[in-house]
Design a protein around this ligand. Structure first.
Ligand SMILES: [Zn+2]
Ligand SMILES: [Zn+2]
Length: 411
């Protein structure tokens, strides 16, 4: 049997890195008062059509959508925000004191599989609801940055932009359309389509000709309303106050329709063109758009596969005790139970013992700190042999005193 195209197993030999990523993310986010939320992987298709935006690449061509047995159109979540917003509305979380949430989990997009793009990938993200204060925009960037720092991900730069709101963006959109219209024939096929439906998206097209044309396009800063302008200036002030370096990039528009006012990306040059490590922004109309009361929102999402690739961390397999049983497995199991249960040490009991030599080799490969040998001789003498693998020493310990001895060792 083969795995589906674009899907990937995360194997035991790589899991330490994933666990470390998740642990650091949780610790960082919870230290800033963010609470975890776990929403279903499968949702109604209409949630994403309305929540992510009909004209986005995700909804237009990348969703895992199918009919369930009752004929309802359902979709594997392509991102985490829409589901979190739905959960916020459905569960009346506006009455719950904590308004800052985070999620970690798999997302699905039916993309052409290529390097760095999987059809099932993972994201860590946060969402904050009901806080208009521009200081929280800076907090979101700060929390993201601290998480990346704690993961030892270096050489990052932060780009920000003001993306306007439904009051001022249509005017800008119109001006952009007029501008790109004069270059219509040079644009790539995707952008020709975007020209009518969502000209803003042309600004972040990776096609060389498109980005050359986009360089001279009108800038949104000339069109934003006073409200958007003030908000954005305050975010910048707060970022400066927090000591966060950033660059303004007027072409940063993000692939999602729901953003308003402030957007940002954290980028590395280490991964070639797939350099975005984290991306986010404000979405003040999304809650209402999905049927809730008018409630502002802001968040970011970070791709775990990219974080894993960038994390400076050496995988080391290890185990505290390897039990080289040669005969009496029951006794070995009882001794191992004491260590794992009372002493909280990791143990690996060998149930397929061959020669002592081959077991020692295996213990070495597992990076065992200690090997406990228990064979016929030891059984007769009522002892076990404990080998210290780092010091290359060994001692005989009476079987009754084994646990007591090991407790003392770790004190
Ligand atoms: Zn505006
Ligand atoms: Zn293009």
């Amino acid at each position: 049997m083969e795995i589906l195209r674009g899907f990937k197993d995360i194997l035991p030999q790589d899991i330490k890195k994933w666990q470390r990523l998740e642990k650091i993310a949780r610790e960082t986010l919870e230290s800033f008062g963010y609470k975890e939320i776990r929403t279903p992987i499968l949702e109604k298709t209409s949630l994403f059509a309305r929540g992510v935006g009909e004209t986005t690449d995700i909804v237009e061509k990348e969703m895992y959508t199918f009919l369930d047995k009752s004929g309802e159109s359902v979709t594997l979540r392509p991102e985490g925000t829409a589901g979190t917003v739905r959960a916020f509305i459905d569960n009346h979380l506006e009455n719950y004191p904590f308004k800052k949430y985070y999620y970690i989990g798999p997302m699905f997009r039916y993309e052409r599989p290529q390097k760095g793009r999987l059809r099932q990938f993972h994201q860590i993200g946060i969402e904050v609801f009901g806080i208009d204060n521009p200081a929280v925009d800076a907090e979101v960037v700060l929390v993201d940055k601290i998480m990346l720092d704690r993961l030892n991900i270096s050489d990052l730069r932060i780009e920000i932009n003001n993306i306007g709101c439904p009051n001022c963006r249509p005017e800008y959109s119109k001006k952009l359309k007029e501008y790109f219209q004069t270059h219509r024939e040079e644009l790539c096929d995707d952008c020709k389509r975007r020209l009518d439906r969502n000209p803003l998206r042309i600004l972040d097209c990776k096609n060389k000709t498109c980005s050359r044309i986009a360089k001279n396009a009108p800038k949104i800063t000339e069109f934003v309303c006073d409200n958007c302008k003030t908000h954005y200036e305050k975010v910048k002030e707060n970022l400066v106050a927090l000591g966060i370096d950033f660059q303004e990039n007027p072409h940063l528009v993000r692939g999602l329709d729901y953003y308003t006012k402030f957007v940002f990306e954290i980028i590395t040059d280490k991964l070639g063109s797939q350099g975005t490590v984290s991306a986010g922004g404000r979405y003040d109309n999304l809650v209402e758009q999905l049927g809730g009361k008018p409630t502002s929102g802001i968040g970011f999402a970070s791709g775990c596969e990219r974080l894993i690739e960038l994390m400076d961390y050496d995988e080391d397999q290890n185990i505290d005790y390897y039990f080289a049983c040669l005969d009496d497995y029951t006794t070995c199991m009882k001794l191992a139970k004491g260590l794992a249960d009372s002493l909280k040490r990791s143990v690996y009991v060998e149930y397929e013992s061959r020669s002592l030599k081959s077991m020692m080799k295996k213990a070495d490969k597992m990076n065992a700190s200690y090997v406990v040998i228990y064979g016929e001789n030891e059984k007769e003498k009522g002892i076990v042999i404990v080998k210290d693998m780092k010091r290359s020493t060994q001692e005989e310990i009476e079987i009754e005193k084994f646990l007591e001895n090991e407790v003392a060792r770790w004190q």
